[in-house]
Design a protein around this ligand. Structure first.
Ligand SMILES: O=P(O)(O)OC[C@@H](O)[C@@H](O)c1c[nH]c2ccccc12
Length: 316
């Protein structure tokens, strides 16, 4: 109960697990499936998170934390994700690009049938991406940890973001073992204490955290957390899929923008960016980096897609 109260007091609407236990309900000789509204996810984000919980439990059995930690001793250190974004921004005067390796999404379905994650990653790097984001969720985004590892092992130099629905610290260690340099943490899923704890773990592993927010309340929560250096503003509402670039502008206005500048936090504009005008709009609002998937993945020449999106070649 106590945990629920904490979550509620922070305005988190996503429930981490189905609230009322197993749905089977026995009465006398008959068996009923209890049609309990509480055991039905209220939206897609909740559905994903409930599924993730089960998936992680299974994965953990195969690779317990102590074996993962051992594996980490033998891999090259994490790269500087935030540094790469800052230097790209300084070099081009435009927001640093995090290009997303994304095959599908629940809102758009399959974005690309002929999907070779390594080729896409290499084309993004050549086209001037500062960092890459690799979706690893299989069920809803058709991504995988194999993709992440293959991109790393193919010699791509851009720092890599683990684009997962993190619900447990174990996933962070696993992502690092597959070559991730940074991790996404979603504020509408994770209470403050989890975010703080996961940021600490990432620091120990040399990784950056991209903490994602979508409304004022989440932004205020995250701004109050010590050690946050990188905040993503998702223009897409993960509960309804509605996209509105005005969200980025709204969350960077007034005192919030002031505080972000004081703390020297780098802000990433995420989702729904398709044209140079979109990039200019979020840059004007105050972002120094952008996270882009759909508009780059759908075009056959990914390098050219980057130049088209930014209005010029950003690879030099
Ligand atoms: O394909 P788009 O609209 O350019 O969006 C990319 C990225 O922002 C989006 O995939 C994303 C942002 N936050 C997320 C959290 C989970 C899954 C996906 C996302």
């Amino acid at each position: 109960m106590y945990q629920n109260e904490v979550v509620e007091s922070q305005g988190i609407k996503i429930r981490r697990r189905p609230p009322t236990g197993p749905p089977m309900h026995y009465v006398g000789p008959f068996e009923f499936r209890l049609q309990n509204e509480g055991n039905t996810p209220r939206n897609i984000l909740e559905e994903i998170v409930w599924h993730k919980d089960k998936e992680v439990a299974q994965m953990k059995e195969r690779k317990p934390l102590y074996t993962l930690k051992k594996a980490l001793d033998n891999i090259p250190p994490a790269q500087d994700f935030i540094g790469a974004l800052r230097s790209a921004h300084q070099r081009t005067g435009l927001p640093g690009l995090i290009a997303e390796v994304k095959k599908a999404s629940p809102s758009r379905g399959i974005l690309r049938e002929d999907f070779n994650s390594v080729e896409i990653a290499q084309a993004y790097e050549k086209g001037g991406a500062a960092c890459l984001s690799v979706l690893t969720d299989d069920k809803y985004f058709k991504g995988s940890y194999e993709n992440l590892q293959a991109i790393r092992e193919a010699g791509v130099k851009c720092p890599l973001l683990l684009k997962e629905f993190i619900v447990e610290a174990w996933q962070i260690y696993y992502g690092r073992s597959k070559g991730a340099d940074a991790v996404l943490l979603i504020a509408s899923v994770l209470p403050d204490l989890d975010i703080k704890y996961m940021i600490k773990i990432c620091k120990i592993l040399g990784m950056a955290t991209l903490v994602e927010v979508h409304d004022e309340r989440e932004m205020d929560r995250v701004l109050a957390i010590e050690g946050v250096e990188l905040i993503g503003i998702n223009n897409r509402n993960l509960e309804t899929f509605e996209v509105d670039l005005g969200i980025t502008k709204k969350l960077l206005e007034g005192e919030r923008g002031e505080l972000i500048r004081q703390k020297d936090i780098l802000v990433v504009g995420e989702s729904g960016l398709f044209t140079p005008e979109d990039i200019a709009f979020v840059q004007e609002a105050g972002v120094k980096a952008v996270l882009v998937g759909e508009s780059l993945i759908k075009q056959s020449d990914h390098g050219k897609a980057i130049s088209t999106l930014f209005g010029r070649d950003i690879s030099k």
